[in-house]
Design a protein around this ligand. Structure first.
Ligand code: NAP
Length: 280
């Protein structure tokens, strides 16, 4: 794979820089075929990292992923997540088994704690390590962790095995540029940017119009290219329309010059101080 198009996880494994999200998929049976086809098109185009969660459509999104990757499991790098309410030792075990069943697979490639809840982190991490030993997950990570949560995690005995932190990050949500992103880069922990086109809103962002027109791209593609140019950042846009899937893939080849980046900084100023991590 082209080095510009991949990110290396802590464990040394190479994954695509551009993946696919699945939130809101599996909610409406009438949209099922369209959603499966969109994910398959994305796989065909190399967007083989697929992000899902037990929470999405109460398991329905994992079932869509299973259908999309039928007969081609080995091409896909599956990311799924456990809810914080299931994050006890026993709860993680059960939740993982249920996800595996819905995903119709033997192993989840990367299993994340969806956000921090009341269960002590050490207990959840031990459960993750047990799942790893049992061959049910290959790697684990976290989501919606701010810098102080990450520091606490790294102080735990197995904390250094964390492979990623999935957080809200896009041109209109630049808080992590101040501390979490440089902190993660220094430790070579990739950040997985969720809602990379701000749930579609960046597709209609007037501040991106002129640049998009000049580059012969869409506003959403400029927003994605801004994320994808950065080392150590993975982006997981969700798209159920084939045109969106194609546009997202094409954003990987869209090059932004230093001048373009400066213009984007003027339109979407980087943070000047610490901001608490935002969540959607
Ligand atoms: P998103 O990917 O920023 O936006 C999805 C929306 O944008 C959809 O309505 C989609 O439309 C539209 N879209 C996609 N590509 C587009 C393009 N090229 N041009 C114009 N519109 C486009 O938002 P998201 O779904 O919230 O985030 C992505 C994924 O991150 C989720 O699906 C989920 O897997 C993950 N996530 C994780 C967390 C967490 O707490 N860890 C939270 C939120 C999201 P169509 O579907 O109609 O094509």
């Amino acid at each position: 794979m082209d080095a510009m198009k991949v990110v290396t996880l802590q464990a040394g494994e190479v994954v695509p820089r551009l993946g696919q999200g699945t939130w809101n998929m599996g909610e409406d049976p009438r949209r099922r075929a369209e959603e499966v086809a969109a994910l398959q098109l994305g796989l065909d185009l190399g967007m083989t990292l697929v992000d899902t969660a037990e929470m999405y459509a109460s398991g329905g999104a994992e079932a869509i992923v299973a259908e999309a990757m039928a007969g081609r499991r080995q091409e896909v790098f599956i990311v799924s997540k456990v809810l914080p309410t299931n994050a006890t030792r026993r709860g993680v075990q059960k939740a993982c088994e249920a996800s595996l069943e819905r995903l119709r697979t033997e192993v989840i490639d990367l299993y994340l704690l969806h956000w921090r809840g009341a269960v002590p982190l050490s207990e959840t991490i031990e459960a993750f390590e047990e799942l790893k030993s049992a061959g049910k997950i290959r790697h684990w990570g976290v989501s919606n962790f701010d810098t102080d949560d990450m520091e606490e995690l790294l102080r735990l005995p197995a904390g250094a095995a964390v492979q990623t932190n999935q957080v809200l990050y896009n041109l209109t949500r630049r808080g992590i540029d101040y501390d979490l992103l440089p902190w993660s880069n220094r430790r070579r922990i990739p950040v997985m940017a969720y809602s990379p086109v701000e749930q579609g809103r960046l597709g209609n962002e007037r501040r991106l119009e002129a640049m998009a027109r000049r580059l012969g791209a869409t506003a959403a593609q400029v927003a994605l290219a801004w994320l994808l140019r950065q080392d150590g950042v993975i982006a997981i846009p969700k798209a159920s329309r084939p045109q969106h899937v194609r546009d997202n893939r094409a954003a990987l080849d869209l090059e932004l010059t230093a001048e373009d980046l400066a213009e984007l900084d003027r339109a979407f100023p980087p943070p000047r101080g610490k901001r608490p991590l935002e969540m959607i």
